[in-house]
Every structure is written in structure tokens, then in C-alpha cells.
Ligand binder design. Sequence first.
Ligand code: SAM
Length: 286
Amino acid sequence: MQEPAGGSGALVVVATPIGNLEDLSPRARAVLESAHAIYCEDTRRTRVLLSAFGLSPRGRLRSLREHNEMAQSAEVIELIAAGSVVALASDAGTPGISDPGRRVVAAVAEAGLVVTTTPGPSAVVAALSVSGLETERFVMEGFVPRRAGERRSRFADWAREPRTIVFYESPQRLVATLAELAALYGDRRVVVARELTKLHEELVRGTLAEVAGHWAEGEVRGEVVVVLAGAEPTELPASVIREALEAHLGTGASVRDAVGAVASELGVAHRIAYDVALEIRSERGA
Ligand code: SAM
């Protein structure tokens, strides 16, 4: 592998396949083989990956899970400070993305040590890239909360989210979640990416109700990512635009600045925000 600058130790965040093993990059293979230690979510899963490529790792495989991440961070820092290269891998995809790893990365960076990556597969980016939905601005929401109250508040936030929303959902709850969203947002567009890079890869596109209906007859199998179109500017109730404008005007901003800020925060057209601002101004008799 390419040694980090100075030839000293480093943490290497290694992306691994989300289905098709051929997606493990040559650089990732080299790091996994030559690293002094590999911290991984499930040592058995990583061992299977290594043996699929006939790789004999030089370093030991150690487990890194949510519950031991902080404790393992101290060990990782010690190894790197002593000049070791430590690989960080999760079961599939990119570590730290709805997977353990973020805290170790933060701790190593905080200790002033080198963090680098062999980038590669991640279900969120893979799904977004094939969705055909707006990709310029998007938001990743991780797994949808299961508790009713948290779900309600999350879905209320999305009602006025102008960016494309990407989230993970379990196959068992997918249809119910899509139906719940259809009841809230009407015919907003959605793409469900199922089993990406695997034999039964499937992309289902349509309105929320259409896509939920796709599985009306049977169970959903495998892993899924949901890519949901953001709210259209016109979907935003005037009260939301008004509230945001009033907040800006309240800080002494000019109408022009308040309109500009609200247009970019809410993704609403300048013209629409300007009309509401004029209403506010005339009510105030300004
Ligand atoms: N860190 C991983 C990444 O970067 O892809 C994501 C880990 S998260 C625990 C696992 C979730 O990713 C699954 O529940 C599913 O929603 C999604 N996922 C993983 N592989 C997938 C695939 N091949 N097709 C569709 N979704 C996938």
C-alpha cells in the first residue's frame, strides 16, 4: 500500500462491497492485507471477505462495535502513534455511515494522527446515483426511527425539506413506511433501491403510493435504500415562509436579505418569498 505521508502510522477507513465482491478496490485489498491491525464490525464477516480474495492479513482482526468504540479508540491511537497502519472496516459499505467508526475517526483526528481512506461502496451514494432524483442537494437520514412519536416528528420535518431525502429502512417495514408517507405527502416521487449490486438488484420508481403498491402482493426481500424527492417549493405552506421571514426581519435584516436567506434555507422561489415579505410589510404599515 501507499505509505501515509512521512511513512508513519495512520488510520485507513476501508470501504468494502455492499453486495458484489468485485467492488473491493485493489487499494482496499492492499490495505487489508498489509495493515498492522484491522478493526472491524464482525471479524467473521471480514475474514470471509479476506478469504474470498485469498488475502492473508499481516495484522490481527479486532472487533469494533458501537458499545466498545470508545475503549477501542484508545488502543487504535496507541498503535498509530507507535507507527502502525490500522485499517477500519465495517460489514459492508463505508464505515461510519450508519455503522461503527465515526468515534474512532474523531478520536484519531483529535489526537493529531493521520486519517485516510480507500473510498468505495456506500449504499446511500449508490442508491442516490441511480435514483434520477435531484442530487445537487440531498440529506441522509440514516434509519427511520421506529417509535411512533419520533417517526411523526421526523416525517413532519420532511414535509418542508426541499432537498432529496435518503434513508435506510428494513424490508419488513418498507411498505408501511411508504404508505404512511403517501398519506402525508400525496404523490411525491420516490425510488426504492433494493439489493444493489446483487443478483436480484431492483429499482422501483414512482409516486409513494405506486411504489408501496409494487409489493402489495408479497414480502419485500433483501436490503433497501429509499430515495425520496424533496418538497416542491409550492408545497410549503405560506405560514412556514412567513415564520422564517419574520425571524430574519426580526433581527433587523432588510426585506431583500430576508427574502434571499429564506429562499436558500427553504428552497422556495425568491418571487414567492418576496410576495409574503410584501404582505408582512404592508401589515406592519411600513
Ligand atoms: N455503512 C453502510 C454503507 O455505507 O453502505 C451502511 C450500513 S447500514 C447498517 C445497512 C443498510 O444499508 C441496510 O439496512 C440497507 O438499508 C442499506 N444497504 C446495504 N447494502 C445494500 C444493498 N446492497 N442494497 C440496498 N441497500 C443496502
